[in-house]
Design a protein around this ligand. Structure first.
Ligand code: MG
Length: 387
């Protein structure tokens, strides 16, 4: 089998609080008629959204004529041959991620097995999710508590809230020091959610890498008694030693990784004892097999993996395939509860999500396909559909 063409398109629509719901898809065509589709992050503000697509099309000539069953060597060829062009960085590693996903979709279809079967089998049949929650314009503790209760009533056993967009956003946006008034406000928000949901629901808090070191330490210590599932990115991602200082200063569980890519960056995080849980974004970090490598490196440190996820059902199905195949999976983010058309975008065994869980697809390949009609109606900013 030979690769005959590689195409990409961008699909999505800005929705209130939908975050990264502008997705790049890669489609790889073969001379045997098999077609694979993979998803990756669009690398950039929603206003543009085409950086990853451009990177995919730049890599296309390296793939034409190659055997798509050779995913490992093709992945390493793309990664290594572009090293001086920045293959460890966005958007090229995102492009390689989408290509690698599309190749695994082809291999699974060619062999008639779901991707988890190519990864050694599955430890679980369904994937536990947590609900990413937004209180909207209302920044009151009551509004946060109500949103948390809504998610729990939908069946979720874990919820996550952002605290950096609240009163903190009114501060200096360059030093990100959390003053006494704002610190009290965000601690009140976390307390209100915990009181509303009790201690049998998991609660994670995201700081989006926005706080300075003293603010991060003050905050994570102040919420120690609230037994959080984790505090996410309490400081920016660039300085691992600063994050390690936060972790050393508090008993609050520290999680990071949505801005780290490939096994090498996660190995460094773990060796430097900078976090307790890793959260790679599987539409960014390198691909399906790279995610398995990252998870297994973490497993050797007794560290769980709880991937960041803002993907469509296709990218999320790929995440389910690989998270089914690793022992130390904890739970997966679901960011699309506010997106009314989220389930409609793809075909497969529905509903994809029920009571806070996602079934691991059993169809060959990734197990979920774009619905062409819906996808075409959601093309981003004048883009065309795989041509
Ligand atoms: Mg985050």
């Amino acid at each position: 089998m030979k690769i005959t063409d590689v195409q990409a398109c961008v699909i999505g629509r800005p929705e209130p609080h939908s975050g990264g719901s502008v997705w790049t898809f890669v489609r790889i065509y073969t001379d045997e008629g098999l077609v694979g589709t993979g998803e990756c992050n669009s690398a950039g503000p929603a206003a543009s959204g085409f950086a990853t697509k451009e990177a995919i099309l730049t890599l296309k000539p390296r793939l034409i004529g190659q055997d798509p069953m050779n995913v490992g060597p093709l992945y390493e060829m793309l990664r290594r041959s572009g090293r001086y062009g920045g293959t460890s960085n966005a958007p090229i590693i995102f492009a390689i991620t989408g290509i690698e996903n599309a190749l695994y979709d082809i291999v699974g279809k060619a062999l008639g097995v779901p991707v988890y079967q190519l990864l050694g089998g599955k430890y679980r049949d369904k994937i536990r999710l947590y609900a990413d929650c937004h209180a909207g314009e209302d920044e009151s503790p009551q509004a946060y508590a109500e949103k948390a209760i809504e998610a729990v009533e939908d069946g979720y056993s874990a919820v996550k809230f952002d605290v950096d967009h609240t009163g903190v956003g009114k501060l200096d946006r360059f030093n990100w020091t959390v003053g006494a008034k704002e610190m009290s406000h965000i601690i009140n928000l976390v307390q209100a959610v915990r009181e509303a949901i009790g201690y049998e629901i998991d609660l994670a808090i995201d700081c989006h890498g926005q706080f300075d070191l003293p603010s991060a330490i003050t905050f994570t210590k102040a919420v120690e008694n609230l037994r959080l599932l984790w505090v996410e990115e309490p400081v920016p991602a660039e300085n691992i030693d600063a994050l390690a200082q936060v972790k050393a200063a508090t008993s609050t569980v520290i999680c990071t990784g949505e801005n780290q890519y490939t096994r090498f960056e996660f190995l460094e995080l773990l060796q430097r004892q900078a976090c307790d849980i890793i959260m790679p974004d599987l539409a960014k970090a390198g691909g399906i097999m790279e995610a398995k490598r990252i998870a297994e490196i973490a497993d050797a440190f007794y560290v769980p993996i709880a991937p960041h996820n803002v993907s469509s059902p296709l990218g999320m199905a790929a995440a389910c395939q690989v998270m089914a195949s690793v022992p130390n999976f904890l739970l997966l983010e679901f960011h699309g509860r506010d997106i009314t058309w989220w389930e409609d975008l793809c075909d497969g065994d529905k509903p994809f999500i029920e009571n806070g869980w996602m079934q691991v697809p059993n169809k060959p390949g990734i197990g979920v396909e774009l619905n062409d009609e819906v996808a075409k109606s959601l093309l981003w900013n004048g883009d065309t559909y795989f041509d």
